[in-house]
Design a protein around this ligand. Structure first.
Ligand code: HSE
Length: 439
């Protein structure tokens, strides 16, 4: 059989990894795919030096600076989009589909924003859009959710799905190094997005969570309704106090089905009991916990970023597309696991309606009546206290008080905090970090 021909768009961290791994494992890969998969064209940019690198590394194939040419080339069967971003990449992907090419992409931002449009176009054209590398790098979580768990009603997913922020949190906790220094190291190692604020502000994780929620619950991509809060406001004190209480702080992406109400879709720093496996996922590693009604909790762990781990997922998609290439579109695995005409209209819940438990840190004057005022306000808002800790004075007359709550509705907690912050004995803003038991 003739080899399947791939046009690779982008020769950055992931693109060069795909080239390397495909060359190295060519024999095994074609034995699995049932046919050879070869990269015949690469598009790269002169401005960032990737064009020169691609020309030096990819001998004997066509290397261009014009990706638009590749997506229209009748020779090409699969376009592999590894450019990133939501502007040029969107045009190229839609153009590739319009020209009858299958698409493999690692672009989570593109799918979270335009997935509905892209999958509809692919469906109309009878081509596949595969995106295993878009979520959690090398971990085959899309395949697990879409195929391995298809017997289940998914209850919730909680994941560490941004390697950069996990690397920063782990390194800061272990070494006490400052945020900016650790971020630079993550960028040097190739974990961070072109715009690292996407990593540290929870946006990248929200892109990935949006995609997982879609597949888990059979809903359209709704990134605009996701709640995203990053790690930039976390203090070293909060990390330390959490440890003292038996918790670790992780940036989690959480999506949960709340019966009769809707779907939670939220990314934020989260206290997790340190004894949970996922609390011990360190460095740039990712982990995704999925709770299905039949299977119970399952955990998927691996490298969530980096050149070859991400290439592993991209090439798995190339193999999948190659295998499915001849199957008629009606009998392929649907892009979002559920048949496109059977998506649910269940709403995404705003963060104010989320019900979870909370870590609250308040800085107060160490004087009589302060605790009584705080606990009364919490009680007035139907917030029950699970644990309470007062730290020794480290800020002159002021002390830190930590309150762990039982489950409460977020809008009640916010309303109570507004009243607490208005007390003359309370200094500055209170820290709020959500907590999840994860079982
Ligand atoms: N910037 C991402 C991360 C890369 O840090 O996880 C993989 O999507």
């Amino acid at each position: 059989m003739k080899p399947l021909k791939v046009g690779l768009l982008g020769f950055g961290t992931v693109g060069s990894g795909v080239w390397k791994v495909l060359q190295r494992n060519q024999g095994e890969i074609s034995r699995r795919a049932g046919r050879e998969i070869i990269i015949t064209h690469v598009a790269a940019r002169a401005a960032d030096g990737s064009l020169e690198r691609a020309r030096a590394e990819c001998r004997g194939i066509t290397v261009l600076d014009d990706a638009a040419k590749i997506v229209r080339d009748p020779e090409i069967d699969i376009v592999c989009e590894l450019i990133g971003g939501t502007t040029i990449a969107r045009t190229l992907v839609l153009d590739a589909i319009a020209h009858g090419k299958h698409v493999v992409t690692a672009n989570k931002a593109l799918l979270a924003h335009y997935g509905t449009e892209i999958f509809a176009a692919a469906h109309d054209k009878g081509v596949m859009v595969a995106f295993e590398a878009a979520v959690a790098g090398g971990i085959p979580i899309i395949k697990a959710l879409r195929e391995g768990l298809s017997a289940n009603r998914i209850e919730w997913i909680a994941g560490i799905i941004n390697g950069t922020s996990n690397f920063i949190l782990s390194t800061m906790r272990e070494t006490g190094a400052p945020f900016a220094e650790v971020l630079k190291e993550a960028q040097r190692l190739g974990y961070a997005e072109a715009d690292p604020t996407f990593d540290v502000e929870g946006v990248d994780a929200a892109h990935k969570l949006t995609i997982m929620a879609s597949i888990a619950f059979g809903i359209p991509m709704q990134f605009d309704k996701a709640y995203a809060e990053g790690i930039t406001k976390l203090t070293r004190e909060d990390i330390r106090y959490a440890e003292e209480l038996g918790y670790r702080i992780k940036l989690l992406g959480i999506t949960r089905r709340v019966e009769e109400q809707g779907i939670e879709l939220r990314v934020h720093p989260t206290l997790i009991p340190v004894k949970r496996l996922i609390a011990n996922v360190e460095g740039a590693m990712n982990a995704v916990l999925v709770k299905g009604d039949a299977v119970g909790p399952t955990l998927y762990y691996g490298a969530g970023a980096g050149s070859e781990p991400t290439a592993s997922a991209v090439i798995a998609d190339l193999v999948d597309v190659t295998r499915m290439h001849t199957a008629d579109p009606e009998h392929r695995v649907p892009h979002l696991a559920f048949q496109p005409d059977r998506l649910s209209t269940i709403p995404i819940l705003p963060i104010s309606e989320v019900c979870t438990s909370y870590y609250l840190r308040l800085r107060v004057l160490d004087q009589p009546g302060v605790l009584a005022d705080i606990t009364r306000i919490l009680a007035d808002h139907a917030i029950s206290i699970e644990a309470f800790l007062q730290k020794e004075a480290t800020h002159g007359e002021e002390v830190d008080i930590i309150v762990l709550t039982h489950h409460a509705i977020e809008k009640n907690v916010r309303a109570a905090l507004a009243k607490i912050e208005a007390l003359p004995s309370v200094k500055g803003e209170c820290a709020l970090i959500r907590m999840e038991g994860l079982y």
